[in-house]
Design a protein around this ligand. Structure first.
Ligand code: IFM
Length: 448
């Protein structure tokens, strides 16, 4: 047996998000978010589940921090619910909301765990959606005001700040594919939302620098790795478009202050224009301290006239699948992060999410033998090690997720946790994958 040893300063963490774990949606002065509205609209979420209770982390965060401590992680990524801080999005700040996150941050710090805070993980205050949401440019100002409030309140307690989680999901999944809140199916709207979120990111980074807030700031994009199925020109081009939708569309503006021209043309031909104003692109491309990458899957794409948004289809070549029906493609992680370094330079990279959904069974003695999830983690850890050995500036890894939680449009039936959540009792039961990760961290690496 050989051992793949990770650098001693490698950051190991797990990740969650407010609406997925907190519950207590009507407590502590919290206002409604678009996810309250969406999940309470019949037919939008599997089983008509909603986040009213979720994992009840609002009340049980100490238990969650204890789980993190026993796991041995040195970081925890979670998000702040904007409607807990500003119940109506702007205006009067809600001190109870700030107090709650102070308690969470203090508990983490007392346990030696560095907080990594996401500002926007999808729970937009409903009051802002009522005025057009991210399609309304004024939402950018509201976001910067919210960001400024939490920067100042938690300055010195937060090691890493992430402005947005997965701008692709905020824009295209939610406003073009209609799968997530607010559930629209309008390409022009989605392109506009993506642009406004990117500008809001840049404005928040500017504010962070101007205020001299301690810690680091970056953003998180969900990247995938779609390769052309063949070397035929049409396949290469279709796969390039399919990949660029998640990757270049967000990475190019973030790092280079441009949008990829071939995609701009493609969207324009479909009637979707980007509402760029003078100075926007410079704002978006503010230097950041790190880039967060969420990676789950990848695959092969080829040309098919009229298929999807890009005249492209995925080719099934027999990958193992997770319970989300996503390909298990660990090599894709290696390829995509190598590409990030090649294209965008040596900005430190954090894998801010990676993990797998499988059907889990709680045994009578309250164990979950999730061998497939362990295998998924093992294979992706090996790719992380290869990346580090190759000189890619990969500094940390956050497993998605600490707990089974509200998996958005999939409700509670899809479990990603390394800790099993019993939704009847709200008890938490560490799965075998939890112990696997604990051992990797404790031993500084992986036996292969
Ligand atoms: O649960 C989500 C998370 O909120 C964002 N990234 C993907 C995860 C799994 O679908």
């Amino acid at each position: 047996m050989a051992k793949l040893v990770f650098p001693s300063d490698f950051v190991w963490g797990t990740a969650t998000a407010s609406y997925q774990i907190e519950g207590a949606v009507r407590e502590g002065g919290r206002g409604p978010s678009i996810w309250d509205t969406f999940s309470h609209t019949p037919g939008k979420v599997a089983n008509n589940d909603n986040g009213d209770v979720a994992c009840d982390s609002y009340h049980r965060y100490e238990e969650d921090v204890a789980l993190l401590k026993k796991l041995g992680v040195n970081a925890y990524r979670f998000s702040i619910a904007w409607p807990r801080i500003f119940p109506k999005g702007t205006g009067q700040v809600n001190p109870e909301g700030l107090d709650y996150y102070h308690r969470v941050l203090d508990a983490l710090i007392a346990s030696g765990i560095e907080p990594c805070v996401t500002l926007y993980h999808w729970d937009l205050p409903q009051a802002l959606q009522d005025k057009g949401g991210w399609a309304n440019r004024e939402t950018i100002d509201a976001f910067v005001n919210y960001a400024e409030t939490v920067f100042k309140a938690f300055d010195g307690k937060v090691k890493q700040w992430i402005t947005f989680n997965e701008t692709w999901c905020v824009s295209f999944l939610s406003n073009y594919l209609g799968v997530h809140a607010p559930g629209y199916t309008d390409l022009g709207l989605a392109v506009k939302v993506a642009h406004h979120c990117l500008v809001a990111h840049g404005e928040a980074v500017k504010k962070f620098r101007a205020l001299g807030i301690r810690g680091e700031i970056g953003t998180t994009h969900n990247l995938n790795w779609i390769e052309p199925y063949s070397t035929r020109k049409e396949d290469v081009e279709a796969a390039r478009r399919m990949r660029a939708w998640n990757n270049e569309w967000f990475m190019e503006p973030t790092f280079k202050g441009t949008y990829p021209a071939f995609m701009v043309d493609w969207f324009r031909a479909k009637g979707a224009e980007i509402p760029i104003r003078a100075g926007d692109m410079e704002t978006i491309a503010q230097p950041i301290d790190f880039i967060g990458v969420n990676y789950y899957s990848g695959g092969f794409g080829r040309y098919k006239q009229g298929a999807g948004l890009f005249d492209g289809e995925e080719v099934q070549i027999g990958f193992d699948k997770t319970f989300m029906d996503w390909n298990v493609y660990p090599d894709g992680l290696y390829k995509v992060l190598s590409w990030v370094r090649e294209e965008y330079g040596d900005t430190p990279i954090y894998i801010t999410e990676n993990g797998a959904c499988y059907e889990d069974e709680l045994t009578e003695d309250k164990r979950v033998h999730d061998a497939k999830r362990i295998d998924y983690f093992r294979k992706h850890f090996i790719q992380c090690h290869r990346l580090i050995e190759s000189g890619v500036p990969l500094k940390g890894y956050f497993a998605w997720s600490l707990l089974d939680n509200f998996e958005w449009a999939e409700g509670y039936r899809k479990r990603f946790g390394i800790v099993y959540t019993d939704y009847n009792t709200l008890e938490r039961h560490p799965k075998d994958s939890y112990y696997f990760i604990r051992d990797v961290i404790a031993s500084g690496g992986l036996e292969v």
